[in-house]
Design a binder for this molecule. Structure first.
Ligand SMILES: [Zn+2]
Length: 83
């Protein structure tokens, strides 16, 4: 199973989220305007895994699993989306 396996088909205007620590996957969370258009997956720690500091890196991946460079922030939205 690769990083991009195990999700439902991506819907328009949505993006998948995966927690790199526990592997929790949430399909079709709302996509934000600042998300890269070529991204289909975010990896960030879920609320359970990010601990008390509420800090987690956010990494974007394309539909083929390639890592996408991104310098913005999306964590707050992601944490809310997968609660
Ligand atoms: Zn987790």
């Amino acid at each position: 199973m690769g990083r991009i396996d195990g999700f439902k088909p991506l819907k328009s205007g949505k993006i998948h989220v995966r927690c790199p620590k526990c592997g929790r996957k949430v399909s079709n969370t709302p996509r934000a305007a600042y998300d890269p258009a070529e991204a289909m997956l975010i990896e960030t720690h879920c609320p359970k895994c990010c601990g008390d500091d509420k800090e987690s890196s956010v990494e974007y991946f394309a539909s083929n699993g390639d890592y996408l460079e991104y310098n913005g922030k999306g964590y707050d939205r992601v944490a809310i989306a997968i609660n």
